[in-house]
Design a protein around this ligand. Structure first.
Ligand SMILES: Cc1cc2nc3c(=O)[nH]c(=O)nc-3n(C[C@H](O)[C@H](O)[C@H](O)COP(=O)(O)OP(=O)(O)OC[C@H]3O[C@@H](n4cnc5c(N)ncnc54)[C@H](O)[C@@H]3O)c2cc1C
Length: 455
């Protein structure tokens, strides 16, 4: 990195090829790939690792990226093997398990459940090992572009010292802070998918039997859905994603509210009869957003910095790392040949939107009677069940076979919704009402107070 002092009282300007803001999975991945290609890359992270983050269940399609990054052995040591995902109504005795080994195309047969504090630190330190200049406790405060597309980035470190960087290319990996989307006015909240989550870690929660003990469990209940994610050391991450009108009925502490919510799901709660809460209960407004663009002259966004849909299919980390891997290729192309920027950006947008779009179709309908029916009554006619498993594994980007079956599934969903039109209408009205209630007065993103009263 070259450093130039521009004035006695001004901070020195540090020049790099690529400046990445955000040291989560997306930032660590894009920077590692770019450093391996020989670029001078700096990552600025406002926090320091290890730090808590929600999002503990990984997908099989993420495994090749982790292998490629060279962290598989460490991952095996920190993760619990996840062979599939099970779904049930919170009042049902039985559950339906979807095993990844049955997916339509040959994707890896398992993934891992991880503590994100360990996982994110592993990726961040691995970036350092690969030659990335990684900095913690450095918060980016502004970014501007010169006429030649060079970005001028200002940041402050933990001693309140101002830092200035100039980069040939800028990558926004700031997650739900959405640095650029907010700055450029690109962020759009999804008015039809308002929800928020409340979660904690517990000991002594009953796991699924035998080889299924690492599987994620998803329960539908009257006010949304719940997750049970088994972590190492007999810890279970448990959370409820609820419609905001229900969350507004909260009384008592956040902990009391989580427990009373879990009691509304008797079959899930049964697994917690000896459970012991570890640490604090947290909450986050996770209402969906997307941004109008994910690229511009001299920049792109990766991971949650561009969009966050919903955690139900555990797709967030995979989408973040996959967009980062692809993003690194795009940045490399542009730095080698700036004239191809528009074309490379368009390709990036097309590809990322396609994958996220496939997940979204399922996600937005997940709590509707039609989609519940599809998940509870899987039939493998025309390999439709296997196509659902492919989606659950993350195989949504390249497979024509999977895509064709999604088209058929849309038809089945429409027929099923028409057959149960009364239930579907009731559900639609409820969701609309819930979505409207969250937007009344909400002005801030994660980490700030919202109308639900959570921090
Ligand atoms: C309730 C809930 C449950 C979830 N469950 C799952 C799950 O089971 N599986 C899954 O795959 N995903 C899950 N997710 C989604 C997942 O957490 C995210 O998709 C994933 O973390 C995105 O990675 P990222 O690198 O884009 O962003 P992040 O992991 O959020 O990283 C962004 C980083 O940028 C840093 N940063 C932000 N602003 C600045 C700044 N100005 N300067 C410097 N640094 C900055 C932040 O400190 C942070 O470290 C869940 C999400 C929620 C809300």
């Amino acid at each position: 990195m070259s450093v130039q002092t521009v004035g006695a009282d001004r901070p020195a300007v540090e020049r790099v090829d690529v400046l990445v803001v955000g040291g989560g999975p997306a930032g660590a991945t894009v920077s590692t790939y770019l450093a391996r290609k020989g670029y001078r890359v700096t990552v600025l992270e406002k926090d320091s690792h290890p730090r808590f983050h929600i999002g503990e269940s990984l997908l099989p399609c993420n495994m090749p990226i982790l292998e490629d990054l060279g962290v598989m052995d460490q991952l095996k040591g920190m993760g619990v093997v996840k062979l599939g995902a099970d779904f049930s109504l919170a009042t049902d005795e039985t559950w339906r398990t979807y095993y990844f080994c049955r997916s339509l195309n040959p994707t890896p047969p398992h993934a891992y459940e991880v503590r994100r504090s360990e996982f994110d630190e592993m990726l961040f330190r691995n970036a350092t090992k690969n030659g990335v200049d990684t900095r913690e406790h450095v918060r980016v405060t502004s970014v501007e572009w010169k006429a030649d597309k060079t970005s001028v980035v200002r940041a402050v470190d933990e001693n309140k010292k101002e830092l200035v960087f100039e980069a040939r290319y800028f990558v926004d990996a700031t997650g739900r802070d959405t640095l650029l989307a907010k700055k450029l006015g690109l962020k759009r909240k999804n008015p039809n998918h308002g929800s928020a989550a409340i979660f904690g870690h517990f000991k002594n929660v009953v796991r699924r039997p035998g080889n299924d003990q690492g599987n994620i469990s998803i329960y539908w209940f009257d006010h949304g859905w719940m997750w049970f994610i088994p972590l190492k050391d007999d810890v279970m991450s448990i959370g409820a994603v609820c419609w905001p009108d229900y969350l507004k009925t909260r009384t008592g502490t956040t902990e009391e509210f989580l427990l009373s919510t879990l009691k509304l799901a008797p079959k899930a709660y049964e697994r917690m009869k000896d459970a012991e809460l570890m640490g604090e209960v947290r909450a986050t407004g996770n209402y969906s957003y997307t941004s109008d663009k994910m690229t511009g002259r001299g920049w792109l966004m990766v991971g949650d910095a561009w969009a966050f849909i919903d955690p139900v299919f555990s797709s967030g980390v995979y989408l973040a790392m996959n967009s980062a891997r692809f993003g690194a290729e795009v940045v490399d192309r542009i730095l080698k040949d700036p004239s191809c920027e528009a074309e490379a950006h368009a390709e990036f947008e097309r590809r990322i939107r396609k994958g996220v779009g496939a997940f979204s179709w399922f996600i937005y309908r997940f709590t509707t009677p039609g989609m519940r029916w599809i998940f509870q009554n899987p039939r493998n006619v025309y390999q439709l069940e296997q196509a659902v498993i492919s989606m659950l594994a993350g195989d949504v980007f390249d497979s024509k076979e999977v895509e064709r079956r999604f088209q058929v599934m849309r038809l089945i969903y429409a027929v099923r919704t028409a057959m149960d039109w009364k239930g579907s209408l009731k559900n639609f009205v409820r969701r609309k009402r819930a979505a409207l209630s969250i937007f009344k007065g909400v002005t801030t993103a994660e980490g700030q107070p919202d109308t639900l009263g959570f921090k």
